[in-house]
Design a protein around this ligand. Structure first.
Ligand SMILES: [Ca+2]
Length: 154
């Protein structure tokens, strides 16, 4: 039996579906933009070209699942260790800082994630590594403010 919807119900369902999709992608883009600011990465260009793409945390350039190793650690931090009562824009700021403080080497390339963020390489991609010696880079990282430099402004 074919289910029929009144036009107004169809319009309402289509609107909810469209806004649901739009708000999901907007939220994810807001996380990307927050990471750019908080991690002091190069901002997108004026012509709209993305300098830091979704692959900073995701496997695919379009985002969504699956996540790369750094994205998985960030996701777990976002879900498990930030206050659930905070709105998501507060939680992502906390999670971006907290995941770095864990001093993980998500992609197992010999440089902990915060060092890679400091050096401008990808913490979730083993092929992307800093060119400086790890000890020398860590000394420069510490001298520049260490983990605290990646804490979001209140
Ligand atoms: Ca890396």
């Amino acid at each position: 039996m074919l289910m029929r919807m009144k036009p107004i119900h169809f319009f309402a369902a289509a609107t909810i579906a469209a806004f649901g999709i739009a708000s999901t992608s907007t939220a994810k883009n807001s996380y990307r933009l927050q990471a750019i600011v908080q991690f002091k990465l190069d901002p997108d260009r004026d012509d709209g070209t993305r300098v830091v793409g979704c692959t900073y945390c995701h496997i695919n350039s379009t985002g969504a699942a699956p996540w790369n190793p750094f994205g998985l650690n960030l996701r777990n931090t976002f879900r498990n260790e930030t206050k659930k009562s905070d709105p998501s824009d507060v939680r992502i700021k906390e999670a971006l800082f907290e995941v770095l403080k864990k001093k993980l080497d998500s992609d197992d390339d010999g440089y902990f994630d915060a060092l890679e963020v400091y050096a401008g390489t990808l913490p979730g991609n083993k092929v992307s590594t800093p060119t400086r010696d790890e000890k020398e880079l860590e000394a420069a990282f510490t001298a520049s403010g260490g983990f605290a430099q990646f804490k979001a402004a209140p």
